[in-house]
Design a protein. Structure first.
Length: 630
C-alpha cells in the first residue's frame, strides 16, 4: 500500500484492509470499522450475475459514494463555520456547487439534499445547466443561492428572471458588460426585480495550468472601468439596489493560501468600493479553486497538490475579507464559494480491468529463439554480429548500441529496396532487441491492456496531462513484481496512461494470474472527467452504481445501478439509427440465407440484436483473452 501512497492521497476515505483490498471509509474520519466498504465486494456484487443479488453489470464501472459526497459537503461547511466563529466574523458562509463539475442528476440531487440544512445552492454556466439547477433547487432550501454565470443571451437571462419569479434565490452574474442592457430590458418587460452580480477580472494571477484564465488578461469578467460603467448605468435606471454580489474566480487548484488571500483581499477592496458607490452589496462569491491533493504531497509546489487543508482555506478566506471590511468599516458580507473539484472528486471511483499484458521479455530469451536469429542474419550482417558480440564482451556498450542501430538502419533500407527478406529483417530486429535488453537500455515496463477508453473516462490525462491516483484495488498484500503502463482499447496512440503520480513513468503492477481477474481503480476523478469525456471509437461511458453505507447484513447497499450506454446508444449519439441498421442487416442475412437454415439466420439476427444491445467494451474472460459477447 505504501508503494502507491494510498495513505497520503486517499486519507481519510480510502485505505487497505486486512484482505489486501481497498476499503472505502464512507464517513471519513468518523467511519466505524464495521462501516468500511470493501471495493472488491462491490465489484463482485454488481458484476457477477451469479452472486446473490448480483446485477451482471459490465465494467468499466463508476462507483458513486453518496456518503463521501455528504462528508465532503459537511466538512467544507464545518471549516467555514469554524473560521466564521473563531474569527468573530459577522456574517455566514453559504456555498454553491458548480454543476459543470459533474452534472449527473443523482450527484446534483444528493448535493441539494445534503446541503439543505445549510442553504447550499447551485451554480450554472449555461442554459441547460440553469434548467437543471432550477428544477433541483425547487426541492431544496428556498434561501439557497442560484448563481447564473457564463456568457448569456436573452433566453438565458429570461430563464434566470423566470427562476426569480419561482422564488428561487437567483443572481444573474454579469460575465460581459453587454449583458447588462439585456438584464435591464428583460427585467422591465417581465416585471421582475433582478438580483445582479458582477464578475471582476482580478489583477491577482494564478500562474499554474489551472489559472490560465485568471489575471488582467483573463478570458472572463469585467475590468475596473467596465464595473464602474455598470454601476453608473444601474444608477441611471434606478436599479443600483439590484447590484448585490461580487464574483471572481482565480482559477482551479489554487496552490497556496498566500495566493488565495491576495486574490480575496483584492476582491474585498472592490466589494467595499461597490458599497461606497451605493450598491446594496450582500455577498462576496470567491468562485472555485479549492484544490485537492492528487499526489499526496500536500505541497503548493506541485500542480497536483495544494499546500493547505480545508480548514486553512476557509480561515484564509474569512480573514482576508474581514481584514479589508474592518479597515473600511463595511458590514461583513455573506461569503459564497463555488467549490466543485473539492466537493465531488473523492465521491467516485472508476474501476476497470487489465485484460492482458505484454510478455515479460528476458534478454536471455529472444522471442524468435537464438538459433533463428543467428541463422537468419543476412550474410553481410554476420560480420557486424561478430563485432557487436566482441564489443559487448568488452563492455563497450555504447558502441555496441551504435553499431546495432547502424546495422538495423542498413537492413531496413535493404528491405525497402527488396534485397532483404522478411525473415532476415526479423532476425536483425531480434538481434538488436536482444542487445538493448541485455545491456539494460530498453525500458522494462510492460504494457497492460485495459478494458477502458482514456478519451471517455480520463480525458484530462489526454488533454492537459492531469494525473490521477491509479491503483490495483486488490492483491495489495502481495508485492507487485512488474512495472507497467496502461494501454486502452481505442486504436489511437494517445489512448494510454504512461505517467503516474510521483512523476513515475510506470506503475507497479502484479502478474496477471491464470483464471483470476485484475482490477484497477482510478481515484479522485469525480470532478470534470465524466462531463468532458467523449465517444472516441464509439466507446461510451462506464456502468454506474450508487453505493451507500448500510448497517444491514453487508456494510453497503447498492441503491442505483445503471448499465453504460450500449453500442446502439452510442451509435445514436452520432445520428445513426440502430433500429434501421438492425433491420437492414437482418434483411441482408435473409437474402444471403442460401445454404443456411432458417434457424441459423434467426440465430444470426438475435446475435446481431445482442451486439446493438451490449456495451462497446470487451466482455472479458479471466486473464486469457477478450471475446466478443456471445
Ligand atoms: N466557478 C467558476 C466560475 C469556474 O470557472 C470554475 C471552474 O473552472 C469553478 C467555479 C469550479 O472550480 P473548482 O472545481 O476549482 O472548485
Amino acid at each position: 500500500a505504501s508503494l502507491y501512497k494510498i495513505d497520503k492521497w486517499g486519507a481519510p476515505y480510502f485505505s487497505v484492509n486486512s484482505s489486501g483490498n481497498i476499503s472505502v471509509r464512507p464517513h471519513g474520519p468518523a467511519t466505524l470499522a464495521h462501516q468500511e466498504i470493501d471495493l472488491m465486494k462491490i465489484v463482485r456484487k454488481v458484476s457477477d450475475p451469479k452472486s446473490t443479488g448480483g446485477l451482471g453489470l459490465q465494467l468499466p464501472l463508476i462507483v458513486r459514494l453518496p456518503d463521501v459526497l455528504k462528508n465532503r459537503l459537511e466538512s467544507l461547511q464545518a471549516a467555514f463555520d469554524f473560521a466564521v466563529q473563531s474569527q468573530g466574523y459577522e456574517a455566514h458562509y453559504q456555498g454553491v456547487y458548480p454543476v459543470k463539475c459533474n452534472q449527473d442528476r443523482f450527484v446534483v440531487e444528493d448535493i441539494v439534499r445534503f446541503g439543505t440544512p445549510f442553504r447550499f445552492g447551485l451554480e450554472a454556466g449555461s442554459k441547460p445547466e440553469l434548467l437543471l439547477a432550477m428544477s433541483c433547487l425547487c426541492k431544496g432550501n428556498p434561501d439557497a443561492l442560484l448563481i447564473c454565470n457564463g456568457f448569456k443571451d436573452s433566453e438565458y437571462i429570461s430563464l434566470a428572471l423566470f427562476a426569480r419569479k419561482l422564488a428561487l434565490n437567483t443572481v444573474i452574474v454579469l460575465e460581459q458588460e453587454e449583458e447588462l442592457d439585456l438584464v435591464i430590458d428583460l427585467s422591465k418587460r417581465l416585471s421582475v426585480r433582478p438580483v445582479i452580480g458582477v464578475r471582476a477580472k482580478l489583477r491577482t494571477k494564478h500562474s499554474g495550468h489551472f489559472g490560465s484564465t485568471s489575471g488582467e488578461k483573463g478570458k472572463f469578467g469585467l475590468t475596473t472601468t467596465q464595473i464602474l460603467r455598470v454601476v453608473r448605468k444601474l444608477q441611471q435606471v434606478d436599479m443600483l439596489d439590484c447590484l448585490q454580489l461580487l464574483h471572481f474566480h482565480i482559477g482551479s487548484q489554487i496552490p497556496s493560501t498566500a495566493l488565495l488571500a491576495d486574490g480575496v483581499g483584492e476582491a474585498a477592496q472592490i466589494y467595499c468600493e461597490l458599497v461606497r458607490l451605493g450598491a446594496h452589496m450582500q455577498v462576496i462569491d470567491i468562485g472555485g479553486g479549492l484544490g485537492i491533493d492528487y499526489d499526496g504531497s500536500k505541497s503548493s509546489e506541485s500542480e497536483l497538490s495544494v499546500g493547505y487543508s480545508l480548514e486553512e482555506y476557509a480561515s484564509a478566506v474569512v480573514q482576508a475579507v474581514r481584514l479589508v471590511c474592518d479597515r473600511r468599516s463595511i458590514k461583513h458580507p455573506v461569503i459564497c464559494s463555488e467549490s466543485g473539484r473539492a466537493i465531488v472528486s473523492h465521491h467516485s471511483v472508476l474501476i476497470f480491468e487489465a485484460v492482458s499484458a505484454s510478455a515479460h521479455e528476458s534478454p536471455s530469451m529472444p522471442s524468435l529463439g537464438w538459433p533463428y536469429i543467428v541463422e537468419g542474419l543476412p550474410d553481410d550482417a554476420r560480420a557486424d554480429y561478430r563485432n557487436l558480440y566482441a564489443a559487448a564482451i568488452k563492455g563497450e556498450y555504447e558502441s555496441c548500441l551504435l553499431y546495432a542501430d547502424q546495422l538495423k538502419q542498413r537492413c531496413i533500407d535493404q528491405f525497402k529496396e527488396g534485397s532483404l527478406g522478411m525473415e532476415q529483417l526479423a532476425a536483425v530486429d531480434g538481434l538488436c532487441d536482444f542487445l538493448s535488453k541485455a545491456i539494460g537500455a530498453a525500458d522494462p515496463a510492460r504494457t497492460y491492456h485495459v478494458n477502458l477508453s482514456v478519451f471517455t473516462s480520463v480525458p484530462d490525462f489526454w488533454g492537459i496531462d492531469q494525473l490521477f491516483p491509479i491503483v490495483p484495488i486488490h492483491r495489495l498484500d502481495q508485492r507487485p513484481s512488474a512495472k507497467g503502463i496502461l494501454s486502452d482499447l481505442t486504436c489511437d496512440s494517445d489512448g494510454k496512461i504512461d505517467k503516474f503520480i510521483g512523476g513515475e513513468s510506470s506503475l507497479p503492477l502484479h502478474e496477471l494470474e491464470g483464471g483470476g481477474r485484475y482490477y484497477l481503480g482510478m481515484f479522485l476523478g469525480g470532478a470534470y472527467e465524466e462531463a468532458l469525456g467523449g465517444v472516441h471509437n464509439l466507446f461510451g461511458g462506464p456502468s454506474v452504481v450508487r453505493v451507500s453505507q448500510s448497517d444491514g447484513p453487508h456494510s453497503f447497499a447498492v441503491t442505483r445501478a445503471v448499465p453504460g450506454p450500449s453500442c446502439g446508444d452510442v451509435l445514436r449519439v452520432m445520428q445513426h439509427e440502430p433500429e434501421l441498421m438492425f433491420e437492414t442487416l437482418k434483411h441482408r442475412a435473409e437474402e444471403c440465407e442460401d445454404g443456411n437454415s432458417m434457424a441459423a439466420t434467426a440465430a444470426l439476427a438475435s446475435s446481431l440484436a445482442r451486439s446493438f444491445h451490449n456495451m462497446p467494451y470487451l466482455v472479458c474472460i479471466p486473464n486469457c483473452a477478450c471475446l466478443l459477447a456471445e
